[in-house]
Design a protein around this ligand. Structure first.
Ligand code: SF4
Length: 299
């Protein structure tokens, strides 16, 4: 005999989760550009955002992702939300294609601040991941005036301490998707070794609010699930802040839930959050799948 046992789940979604305004704007604008220019080749230099489902969707609409600037480039080339270095922009313009800059306005603000600080004689320190495209572009904007430094942790401050001590004036900006706590720990350490320090907290509101909402939700559930790309800085940071306080899974799509079937069956209160580059449909699919797993059929 088959008995259907419904383990009803209490699934809660964080107050703020998924696409932020910068990502929404970039995706919608890219689609609009292609729609209005159906005969013109449309490219994005690098993934528009760190999410494979979105890249595949754009590709299906004829919006192609480039990994590097090709020899010949005609049509329209979009600069993604993370921005680009001034050299890259110049190179694209020289190719003769039309460049559409969809750098998130919050990222643009950091680039401008870094540039202004360097122009004013400050040595710029960018707190962030050196190999992240956003950080590379911010650094390149400051480097136009004076070589800047990227620091990602307290250990890296220690490693660069001799160099930092030689800076007369230091200006700090932060990758928009950084962890608030990381920034709070690093700043006093830099402060101990600088004569003049100017700090701009450039973590964007979308990142700050998503981190806060995820922490609030975590305190009310037994398991947190973070949905989004493992390449996405703001998504991985959500996982980092939740793990020390709650059992947390980071998945990219509903397919990965299979691995955690038993855990999900045995957990009643589940909280969901998602990075700023995770589309709503992916979040909805995950919530529906958890509901389905909750309905377990036993012999
Ligand atoms: S996470 Fe922040 S900086 Fe990045 S695209 Fe969204 S609003 Fe812009």
């Amino acid at each position: 005999m088959t008995t259907a046992i419904n383990y009803e789940k209490d699934i809660k979604l964080a107050k703020l989760a998924g696409f932020c305004y910068g990502v929404k704007r970039a995706v919608e604008e890219s689609i609009r550009i292609k729609k209005e220019n159906p005969e013109t080749p449309v490219y994005i230099l690098g993934k528009l955002i760190h999410n494979n489902q979105v890249s595949e969707h754009l590709e299906s609409l004829g919006i192609h992702t480039l990994t590097e600037i090709p020899e010949i480039l005609e049509g329209i080339c979009i600069i993604r939300t993370h921005g680009a270095t001034p050299q890259t922009k110049e190179e694209l313009e020289k190719k003769g294609c039309k460049v559409v800059d969809l750098t998130c306005p919050d990222v643009k603000r950091v680039q401008d601040k870094a540039k202004a600080l360097a122009k004013d004689g400050y040595k710029v320190i960018v707190i962030g991941k050196a190999d992240h495209p956003e950080v590379m572009a911010i650094k390149a904007h400051a480097d136009q005036y004076s070589e800047s430094l990227v620091i990602s942790s307290m250990q890296e401050v220690e490693k660069n301490i001799e160099k930092i001590r030689t800076f007369k004036k230091i200006g700090v900006v932060i990758q928009t998707t950084q962890l608030v706590d990381n920034f709070k720990q690093i700043i006093p350490l830099i402060g101990e070794h600088s004569k003049e320090l100017k700090v701009y907290n450039t973590i964007c509101d979308a990142t700050f609010e998503r981190q806060k909402a995820a922490q609030e939700l975590a305190s009310t559930v037994d398991l947190m699930i973070v949905v989004g790309s493992k390449e996405s800085a703001n998504t991985t940071h959500l996982t980092e802040i939740l793990k020390p306080v709650k059992n947390t899974l980071h998945i990219e799509s509903k397919e990965e839930l299979k691995k955690y079937r038993d855990l999900i069956i045995n957990t009643h209160k589940i909280g969901i959050t998602a990075g700023a580059s995770t589309p709503d449909f992916v979040i909805r699919e995950v919530i529906n799948e958890i509901g389905k797993i909750g309905e377990k059929t036993r012999e």
